[in-house]
Structures are given as C-alpha cells and as structure tokens.
Design a protein around this ligand. Structure first.
Ligand SMILES: Nc1ncnc2c1ncn2[C@@H]1O[C@H](COP(=O)(O)OP(=O)(O)O)[C@@H](O)[C@H]1O
Ligand SMILES: [Mg+2]
Length: 257
C-alpha cells in the first residue's frame, strides 16, 4: 500500500472534528470523500497535508507514505514532502497563486524549489501544460488574467510536472460551471492514467465523485459512516444517510448510477 492512514483523529481544544479509522490508497487509485458541509472533509485534507498545526489543531494516529511515518515529521521535513509527494488543490486555485508573478515565473520557481535544473524545467513545463490542455502562451499571463477553469488546470499542471504521488483535491470543481467541471474531471483522470497519481477527491456532490472514484468514503459529523468500492457504495449503500445523499443526485436524461 502506498498510503496507509490509521486512526487519524483531528481535534481542537479536546474537541474531535474528524476521525478516519482507515484510509488506504494505491498508486493510480482515486478515493472520493463525500459528505455534507461541516462533516470533516477539509479537516481530513488539512491533516493529510500536515497543516493542522498551523490552525492550532492536534492530529493523532498514523499516516504512512511509502513506508515512512509522516505524522511525526518536523515542520522542516514536512516542507520537503508537501508539494512534492503530497499536494493539494482547492476550490479557488487562483487564491493560492502569487498575484504579482506571471504564471511562467511561478511555474519555473516551483520546479526550481523542488530541485529541478533550468534545462529540465522548460521541457517539463511545456509537457505538463499540454497534458492539461493549456496553451503555453498562458505562461506570459498573471493569475488574474486567466479563468477559474484555467487556474485549476494550471494547478494540476504543477502536480503533473512535479510527479506528485498523492493529490488531494478539495472541492476542486465546486466553484466552476458544469461544462468546465467536466473538463477538470477529464484532466484529473488523464493525470491519474498518465502518471499513476493517486487522488483523494473531496466533494459534497456524490455525482461528481461517481465520475472518477474507485473507492468512496462518506463522512458525517466528523465520522466515517460508509466506506467501500465505488460500485458497492453507489449500488448497495448500507447506510440510510448514504441513500439520502444518493437520492439527491439529479437524474439527467433518464440515466442515473
Ligand atoms: N480551527 C478550528 N477550530 C475548531 N473547529 C474547527 C476549526 N476548523 C474547522 N472546525 C470544525 O471542523 C468541522 C469540520 O469542518 P470541515 O472539515 O471544514 O468540514 P467540510 O470540509 O466537510 O465542510 C466543522 O464542524 C468545523 O466547525
Ligand atoms: Mg470543506
């Protein structure tokens, strides 16, 4: 198993906001995390990125990536893992991009910080942009000069270029129009197929998760209430709560999962 999470618990001042007993991920696998707002999805993502301490929260349990325990890493060690081994994209990727830097400079700088030489960076950027179907002329623009869908694809290009092992996508399509949503899902699928990137795809919308996920975890009030293969969770949910979330999926053109 590439990523093995056991008894992960996130708390603030002794109040537990999320508990994940088991989370396993193999290369190229997509795990969908579903649940209504406030169910603990983003807190789980934050913990998997080693960022909880910056919100004054406490994480206990175990999180092993390629045989290495991450929860005991120092902030300095985490900085080497974050962005390179495990990366995250968010609902508004533009907010994470430095507004004063052109995308080309930003891209190049990110690759340099992760140890790539100048000769390696150019071809790697061109290839990654092609993979996310962005024209290289975008490198000459500032973050505010691109659309939300382009910004999301640019963020995924960084992940592709760095050969990130685990991508955590927290509501990556929730702020986008439906057609743009579908494009971003395609780009994520392509990333998984081409590089074997494992993806933790978080959404309050089970229909979006159904597009991509091999396995599904349903959270409610900080707890995992249902977990299994996408097929079993969609076709034979064991919990009333999961059935309720599934019933909320609109049936388009008379077809439903
Ligand atoms: N800094 C914090 N201190 C205390 N509680 C927090 C903090 N951040 C988030 N929470 C609580 O954690 C719970 C889960 O939030 P979150 O993971 O953001 O939910 P989701 O992403 O599923 O909508 C919420 O009840 C929220 O109030
Ligand atoms: Mg959230």
């Amino acid at each position: 198993m590439m990523l093995e999470v056991r008894d992960l618990q996130i708390s603030y001042r002794d109040q537990v906001v999320a508990s994940v007993p088991t989370l396993d991920l193999e290369p190229g696998q997509v795990l969908g995390i579903a649940g209504e707002s406030g169910s603990g999805k983003s807190q789980t993502a934050l913990a998997l990125m080693g960022l909880t301490r910056y919100a004054n929260g406490v994480v206990t349990g175990s999180m092993v990536l390629d045989g290495r325990e991450l929860l005991t890493l120092s902030p300095r060690q985490w900085r080497l893992v974050r962005g390179r081994d495990i990366a995250m994209i968010l609902q508004s990727p533009r907010a994470a991009l430095n507004p004063t830097m052109k995308l080309g400079a930003l891209f190049s700088r990110t690759l340099r910080l992760h140890g790539m030489t100048k000769d390696q960076r150019g071809p790697r950027m061109v290839q990654a942009l092609a993979e996310v179907v962005l024209d290289a002329e975008i490198l000459d623009r500032y973050p505010h000069e691109i659309s939300g869908g382009q910004a999301q694809r640019f963020a995924i290009a960084l992940v592709a270029a760095l050969r990130v092992k685990v991508l955590i996508a927290d509501e990556p399509t929730s702020a986008l129009d439906v057609t743009v949503q579908a494009e971003v899902i395609d780009v994520l699928r392509n990333l998984r197929d081409r590089h074997g990137t494992a993806i933790i795809f978080i959404s309050h919308d089970l229909s979006v998760i159904g597009e991509l996920a091999d396995a599904v975890m349903v959270m409610r009030d900080g707890a995992v209430v249902e977990q299994g293969s996408a097929e079993s969770v969609f076709n034979q949910p064991t919990q009333e709560y999961t059935r309720m979330l599934l019933a909320a999926i609109p049936v388009i053109g008379g077809r439903s999962r």
